[in-house]
Design a protein around this ligand. Structure first.
Ligand code: WTA
Length: 633
């Protein structure tokens, strides 16, 4: 497969970007022409950011699964689509060609139909990193069902909240998942969630870990049994370009996660365009994205982007540090990985083991390295460059969000220059702007502000599921007429963008987005907790750690046990990923006279910056600050 829209020089990048701004419709029409449409669009773009209402490729009809599968069959049916490496290095790896993937997706799509799934239905997917996860996504897309993947680290309660919000009547899961030395009882967690979700009609369970599970008659069926009954042919459902493709829940600054909705047409075009350009993928390259499909990175750069591009992706079930910290490097050498896309938190955790686990590895197949999820600090950047890239692989630092669907700001590997800790330049089609507190655009260079995007791109969020008003107020009202990212940003003298982190109450813990309000809600559910305040603080491995100040009525004399109890509650309510790193019991929280918690002060104390707390005299009770300072953990 060739990519006529791949820009191959700095000059071509500049031209493409300028053309995309001067005439966005012509620009994207040209890119979209390289996909399979059952019916061409009537109009490239209709939009306003007030409602907001954004439509790309209006009137166009397609099915993304045909673009990921059918169209590669003739020329590349025997080419590997997915190479799967199991959690256990001694386990058997799998190679699935495009033809095999096509057949398996069609059959599983028929399983979905046989079980009552219809176009527009919401299907929740809760699985580990096995090829069947990709098959499940693509099969949903094939029948026009809207998938909503939930990351394996979320609790039963979190799953139930999401199932209820999406009114999902179907679930695809597995008996269990392996992650390093752990075995996660996925079906058991689903069973707990379903106690609160009587509307769920069918649960399809993949046999994988052979963990004992309860299967409820009439509701639960085995993936493998259902396949036996399913036909092999499945005509792809004709989807409107603007029909929803999936929902993916993500945290915001309120307690309730929101369901980000992406559309079929625009998402497909942008995920593929960004994949091909940022990583400079060449036919035959092996692309290894270490993200979990439970997050947007896995959706866009394990499944949809690479498969639409006819690429070969490596999917890994396990974690970087098990059975030892050389696991990634073993995999890179074993399969001769060419492009490695990972996260700063993984890099930092591997850095902590020193270079010994790298010794004895060749890593010579690597051509491009990538980073995503949080700002990459310079130390990690240089370590990655020197020890993994051996100084010869461009590193792309890719800034984007669940809501943006694809990479927005990044250097293009080997085409535009990298700058450590900078995402650098916007992709063609992306028009970033910085704004000050008053909402005025900050022009010129060497300036800082809040990052907004002033023009739609094809994979922009369309709505938050079931609550369009929430989408409007979260992203489109802070700075009317623009999409507000929630990130702060610096633009250097040359116009390179450097993301400085969230400016709202969202934490980024090991690249996972977690709302402080969500964690507070969970802590407050614990018996005896009066109230709590959660802030982030710099954490060597995780980027940000979670610091919780808790007003507790009665610690029954054992603070440590109470801490453990609270962690247990947070695990139950949200999931282990949201467990605070530090819990400090306090008598009271610093509040203004109007009752507002002064998080700024709590953040400073958590960071250990006691000197610069600013004016505390306006507080209802300034003494609480002194007490908190004394008891800092
Ligand atoms: C942060 C992940 C700095 C940012 C794809 C954003 C980054 C949030 C980078 C989105 C980067 C992501 N440099 N910060 N390269 N990439 N972020 O929705 O704060 O899980 O708003 O999407 O991660 O996280 P999300």
């Amino acid at each position: 497969m060739s990519y006529p829209y791949q820009v191959k020089s700095a000059e071509a990048y500049k031209q493409a970007w300028e053309q995309s701004v001067a005439d966005p419709e012509a620009f994207w029409a040209e890119v979209a022409a390289h996909f399979i449409w059952q019916q061409k669009w009537d109009k490239v773009l209709e939009w306003n950011f007030e409602a907001p209402d954004v439509k790309w490729f209006v009137g166009g009809k397609l099915n993304i699964s045909e673009n990921c599968l059918d169209r590669h069959l003739e020329a590349g049916g025997d080419k590997a689509a997915i190479i799967w490496e199991p959690n256990d290095p001694k386990g058997k790896s799998r190679t699935i060609t495009y033809k095999e993937l096509y057949e398996q997706v069609c059959r599983f799509a028929n399983v979905l139909k046989n079980n009552g799934v219809r176009k527009g239905d919401r299907v929740c997917i809760y699985m580990g990193m096995v090829p069947e996860l990709a098959i499940a996504l693509l099969a949903c897309a094939r029948v026009g069902a809207i998938h909503s993947v939930i990351f394996g680290g979320f609790s039963a309660k979190s799953i139930a909240d999401r199932l209820q919000d999406a009114q999902a009547q179907f679930i695809i899961t597995a008996d269990g998942a392996y992650r390093g030395a752990k075995e996660i009882p996925l079906k058991g967690v689903i069973d707990d969630a379903l106690e609160q979700c009587p509307f769920v009609k069918k649960v399809i369970v993949l046999l994988h870990t052979k963990t004992p599970v309860s299967m409820i008659k009439g509701r639960d069926v085995w993936w493998q049994d259902e396949l036996e009954k399913a036909g092999v042919d499945c005509v792809a459902e004709l989807m409107d370009a603007e029909d929803p493709l999936f929902i993916l829940y993500t945290s915001g600054s309120t307690g309730k996660p929101k369901g980000v909705v992406h559309s079929c047409g625009g998402y497909m075009v942008y995920a593929t365009y960004s994949f091909v350009n940022v990583f400079q993928y060449q036919p035959g390259d092996l692309f290894f994205c270490t993200a979990d499909v439970g997050w947007i990175t896995g959706h866009s750069y394990i499944v949809y982007g690479p498969l639409c591009a006819g690429a070969t992706v490596l999917m890994f079930e396990g974690i970087p540090t098990w059975p030892d910290a050389g696991r990634f490097w073993d995999i890179v050498d074993k399969y001769k990985v060419n492009i490695l896309y990972t996260a700063p938190t993984a890099i930092r955790s591997l850095m902590a083991y020193g270079t010994e686990p790298i010794a004895g590895h060749d890593l010579g197949s690597l051509k491009v390295l990538g980073s995503v999820g949080e700002p990459i600090n310079e130390e990690a950047w240089h370590w990655f460059d020197k020890n993994i890239g051996k100084g010869k692989c461009p590193i792309v630092d890719t800034w984007w969000q669940t809501e943006t669907g694809g990479i927005m700001i990044s250097n293009l590997a080997g085409v535009t220059p990298a700058k450590p800790s900078y995402a650098t330049l916007p992709l063609p089609g992306i028009q970033p702007m910085l704004v000050d507190e008053k909402g005025e655009e900050i022009e010129g260079n060497d300036v800082s502000g809040n990052l907004c995007i002033k023009f739609p791109w094809p994979s922009i969020i369309r709505t938050t599921y079931g609550d369009h008003e929430r989408c409007r107020t979260t992203y489109f009202t802070a700075y009317p007429g623009t999409y507000f990212t929630g990130d702060g940003c610096y633009r250097d003298a040359e116009g390179n963008y450097r993301i400085t982190g969230r400016v709202d109450d969202v934490l980024n813990v090991s690249g996972h987005r977690i709302g402080t309000a969500e964690v507070e809600n969970a802590i407050n559910m614990h018996e005896g907790v009066v109230e709590s305040a959660v802030v982030g603080y710099p954490h060597d491995l995780k980027g940000q750690g979670i610091y919780a100040y808790v007003v507790y009525g009665n610690t029954h004399g054992d603070d440590e046990l109470t801490r453990q109890d609270i962690l247990q509650t947070v695990s139950r309510i949200i999931g282990p990923i949201a467990k605070p790193d530090k819990i400090q019991f306090v008598k009271g929280l610093p509040k203004t006279r109007s009752g507002k918690i002064m998080r700024r002060i709590l953040r400073k104390i958590a960071e250990g910056d006691m000197q610069n707390l600013g004016d505390t005299t306006t507080l209802l009770d300034p003494q609480v600050v002194e007490d908190i300072k004394e008891g800092k953990v």
